[in-house]
Ligand binder design. Structure first.
Ligand code: DBV
Length: 251
């Protein structure tokens, strides 16, 4: 099936492979690699497929993609890079969502510790010019919940585009995705391990972020309709936002 976001995922896989050290597969729990369901009406059933992909590397605990594909909608690429908390690194987050009402596109290097200048300063400096360049070309996506603010950076690129829009996808969204990712990979390759006390702070920040994302996952309703509540909850907690509890004792 042709999937709108395939070039984005292909690009990301290729760049991670090219730039990361010691990249290896990240284990995907059984039953989460691929799931299929029928949606649409009785008269016009539509098959919807959800696929997962994940790797790990030096500096990266888990980089994972969740891909939802049906013809013509929904089409989703949710791509998150979770750093190893022993490094001073943000999250990479991309949510590329095509629904009957249009495209909903989010890109960010999300802070682990939003109020900590030592954490956010160096990222802001590098991300701001990239953000400004693409922001000018894309309409603002509108307000996001106040409670979500602590988890976004000042470089949060957030837009909604009509389904008919193809030029801006090609000329702004795809290059923005590439630049955000390349900047993130620059940060990963330059990062040195932090002291234990700092690692504990970063882990606590990662825990807040991950629990928030799991609790508020905007895909919960959609995935539950397709695959049932039980599978969806397991997918969210055991794969999409899975920061292992065992890290707290071993860090
Ligand atoms: N979002 C996820 C995962 C998805 C997913 C794991 C597997 O975190 C898809 C799929 N996001 C998804 C879907 C919708 C959204 C919406 C299906 C539409 C929900 C709907 O309208 O029914 C960005 N994504 C959104 C919204 C925001 C984000 C702000 C609108 C929320 C709303 O209207 O309630 N998600 C948010 C974000 C990142 C992210 C900033 C990271 C950059 O991944």
């Amino acid at each position: 099936m042709s999937w709108l976001w395939q070039p984005y995922l292909d690009h990301a896989r290729e760049r991670l492979q090219a730039r990361l050290h010691n990249m290896q597969p990240y284990p995907i729990p059984e039953g989460f690699e691929e799931r299929r369901a029928r949606t649409g009406s009785k008269a016009r059933p539509v098959e919807v497929v959800t696929r997962s992909w994940a790797v790990q590397a030096r500096g990266i605990r888990q980089a994972r993609a969740a891909c939802v594909a049906a013809a013509p909608v929904p089409q989703v690429l949710n791509f998150v890079i979770n750093p190893d908390h022993h490094y001073e690194l943000p999250f990479f987050g991309a949510d590329l969502v095509t629904l009957p009402g249009g495209h909903l596109l989010a890109l960010d290097l999300q802070p682990v510790l939003k109020q900590d200048e030592r954490h956010t300063g160096p990222v802001r400096e590098r991300l701001e010019p990239v953000f400004r360049r693409w922001r000018r070309l894309l309409p603002d996506g509108g307000p996001i919940p106040t409670e979500a603010q602590p988890y976004f950076s000042d470089g949060f690129l957030w837009t909604r585009l009509p389904l008919s829009e193809t030029t801006l996808l090609e000329e702004a969204v795809f290059p923005a995705f590439q630049e955000y990712l390349e900047l993130y990979l620059d940060l990963v390759t330059a990062a040195a391990p932090v002291q234990n006390e700092r690692a504990r702070q970063l882990l606590a920040g990662q825990r807040r972020y991950t629990d928030y994302r799991a609790e508020k996952d905007p895909a919960r309703g959609m995935l539950s309709r397709f695959y049932g509540v039980e599978w969806t909850e397991a997918y969210i907690h055991d794969f999409l936002f899975d920061l292992p509890r065992s890290l707290e004792v071993s860090s």
